[in-house]
Design a protein around this ligand. Structure first.
Ligand code: AMP
Ligand code: ZN
Length: 667
């Protein structure tokens, strides 16, 4: 009987790994996410019931859940070397010459992309992952096995027998799509964005909470199997074999007969790399024969049998003609380099961002200088350096703008801010137009018929100075504007009128308070219910609100204390703009669930998942996506995720049904 259960558990694990493989490596799902979850739950249930069959490499272990305070240092069995670099065909030919002094006969080279992430050394024994260690200083690294196991594309068990015991090396990367998604979320919650995928990937390896690692869309690309070289013949065969065993070995690998073919591969990928789903900074070229590798051996730092070719980021030099300054909607100033036109990466470049005063000082950039421009991952090119040899004799150091280019107000720079800003919020034309444009935008007051250009025109004509002025506009006033037809003028006025029905949370966003984005506006509207309570709130009260930090709170207090804002808001009130939650919304709201944290899991019958979540929030409850000791209730629908169930049981969190939740609400 027990044998039957054991084999059932093992079959389930195999099946789940098979699906993981088709989903994450073959990119070809065979079952739906839902079906996968059902299988996983089945397995998790069985594992819970029969703990004697626990397996640390079971698919149920991929969700994380462990917190590591200190990662153990592990000495590498085989040192992890660095790679020598090359930058040109000549460099590659030199490398070949060095090699040919040591070995005789023909040499084949494998060409692979250089994956830009954090290197990892994996140890497998009897077909299972035993250990994952970071490169560290090459001699010893950190044991991050727990975190690595959450990477879905990495096989915890091999799909077929390979060697009894071996090490395999790869790069933990964060594909671009996932990286951008992570940043979108950070922007939404007002956090600083991650600078680049590489640092984010390597930072992820050392997170203390493996559940957090599990949430990041990390991937592991393999590039070397470390084995006894006498038993195998080529690097290419080893990688192919590893791929068959379930490892993610990219297919962009080529065996070249000579350096010319190597260089063809380099040139091909130098252009094709823009379309890759991940970042690469070059190509790694390796002598394919393992016997020849053995003969070549290592220098103090790197293998003699391999070399990296670094792609050039295209750079051009041109003359800086003038530095101008731009004002944004919030008054932030950006210095712009106006350049003599130059061709760069297929486009003509005339302008580059100089970011801020510190950047200009750091590079000592001056008008008249010959500067180097580069196109990085960003769309706007940047200046990376100055050709000092070409500096004109009469050159003078750049003095950063003292006054706003638009309104001539003296610029300020707050401590801790990299940028200067124009404090003339209510008089600076760009800021006025910018704020009104934000006010009428689709996600804010969504005013039909009124576009950004018309706003600017209305301001120039002296018809509007603030968004409140919009509500005083009449068709007669708008009609005389250039190219304005009767119909469009009427549309504008009726669009403005219609916006009086826009709900409070959107109005709050429309006001354009610094750091108050859509999500924050929603939170504030729900909490304070009307504009007066919000504007009367102190800093201390504000930071009590969920997800409102010091920065946002400070900005709201500053906004509320400015009498010009108070006046604007009072005018909006008079016009009938929604500055409080509607009665209907208020009726369905309460504080009943205050202090309670819910996790919602599964499928429900009486309400949709979103309705359920909304009613939690409407009644002052909090929703969390993962179970922790702080969770008050888990509302479980059908097919609740097995991982959640298991965690709930371990932490002793109460699980309630949809009906029980409704009963709590009614009470
Ligand atoms: P570097 O850190 O510049 O000395 O470059 C060496 C590192 O490149 C290695 O430690 C690997 O982590 C990484 N790397 C990325 N892709 C490959 C690849 N295809 N083959 C070998 N090493 C690679
Ligand atoms: Zn200004």
């Amino acid at each position: 009987m027990n044998n039957k259960i054991e084999s059932h558990i093992k079959d389930l694990r195999k099946e789940l790994e098979k699906h993981n493989y088709s989903y994450y490596i073959k990119d070809d799902a065979m079952i739906s996410d839902y079906e996968f979850d059902v299988l996983l739950k089945k397995l998790s249930d069985l594992e819970g019931k029969y703990p004697q069959y626990f397996d640390e490499n079971s698919p149920t272990q991929r969700v994380g859940g462990t917190v590591t305070k200190n990662f153990e240092t592990v000495v590498h069995k085989n040192r992890m070397y660095s790679l020598d670099n090359s930058y040109s065909l000549d460099d590659l030919l030199d490398w070949e010459k060095r090699i040919k002094k040591i070995i005789e006969g023909p040499i084949e080279y494998t060409c692979e992309l250089k994956y830009d992430g954090a290197s990892i050394n994996l140890t497998y024994e009897a077909g299972e992952l035993i250990k994952a260690v970071t490169r560290g200083d090459g001699f010893q690294g950190d044991d991050v096995t727990i975190n690595i196991k959450t990477i879905r594309s990495l096989p915890l068990k091999l799909r077929k027998p390979f060697l009894d015991s071996f090490e395999i090396r790869g790069e933990i990367i964060l594909p671009l799509e996932g990286f951008h998604k992570m940043n979108e979320v950070r922007i939404l919650v007002g956090e600083e964005v991650y600078a680049n995928p590489r640092n984010t990937a390597s930072g992820s390896l050392k997170l203390q909470d493996s559940t957090e690692v599990g949430k990041r869309p990390l991937d592991c690309l393999l590039y070397q199997v470390v084995v006894d070289k006498s038993k195998f013949t080529s690097h290419f065969d080893l990688l192919s074999e590893a791929r068959d065993c379930g490892f993610k070995v990219p297919t962009a690998i080529f065996v070249a007969k000579n350096i010319d073919e190597v260089f063809d591969f380099v040139k091909e990928w130098d252009t094709k790399r823009i379309d890759l789903p991940f970042e690469t900074d070059g190509v790694v070229i390796k002598v394919n024969s393992l016997r020849q590798q053995e003969e070549l051996g290592y220098t103090a730092k790197a293998p003699r049998w391999a070399i990296a070719y670094k792609f050039k980021t295209e750079q051009q030099s041109t003359v800086l003609k003038e530095i101008t300054y731009q004002v944004g909607r919030t008054g932030a100033i950006t210095p712009v380099a106006n350049l003599q036109a130059v061709q760069l990466g297929g486009t003509t470049v005339r302008r580059a961002s100089l970011h801020n005063e510190d950047q200009i000082e750091k590079l000592d950039i001056r008008v008249g200088d010959t500067v180097f421009v580069e196109k990085g991952g960003e769309i706007i090119p940047k200046i990376v350096g100055v050709d000092l040899l070409q500096r004109p004799l009469n050159s003078v150091a750049t003095i950063y703008a003292k006054r706003c280019p638009e309104c001539k107000t003296e610029l300020l720079r707050k401590e801790g801010d990299a940028k200067h800003y124009c404090p003339n919020e209510f008089g600076c034309p760009t800021q006025i137009t910018g704020r009104i444009q934000h006010f009428i935008s689709r996600k804010a007051m969504d005013i039909d018929g009124l576009g950004g250009e018309t706003v600017d025109l209305l301001r120039k004509e002296g018809l509007i100075q603030s968004y409140a002025d919009l509500y005083d506009l009449s068709v007669d006033q708008i009609l005389p504007l250039e190219r304005m037809a009767e119909k469009s003028a009427q549309n504008i006025v009726s669009g403005i009128k219609k916006s009086k029905a826009i709900p409070f949370e959107k109005v709050l966003f429309a006001l354009g308070i610094r750091f108050v984005g859509e999500t924050v506006a929603k939170k504030l509207a729900k909490y304070f219910k009307n504009i007066d309570s919000l504007m009367n709130a102190s800093f201390e009260e504000l930071v009590l609100v969920d997800e409102i930090g010091d920065k946002i709170a400070k900005s709201i207090v500053a906004y509320s204390n400015d009498y010009l804002n108070i006046e604007l808001v009072n005018r909006l009130k008079v016009y009938g703009v929604q500055l409080e939650l509607s009665a209907e919304i208020l009726e369905n709201q309460s504080d009943k669930l205050k202090g309670k944290i819910f996790v919602v899991s599964g499928v429900f019958h009486k309400m949709s998942r979103n309705e359920l979540k909304k009613s939690i929030e409407d009644n002052a409850g909090k929703i969390s996506s993962s179970i922790s000791k702080k969770t008050t209730f888990i509302i479980a629908g059908d097919n609740m995720g097995p991982a959640k169930l298991e965690k709930a049981n371990i932490l002793g969190v109460s699980i309630i049904s949809e009906d029980e939740f409704i009963a709590i609400l009614k009470n």
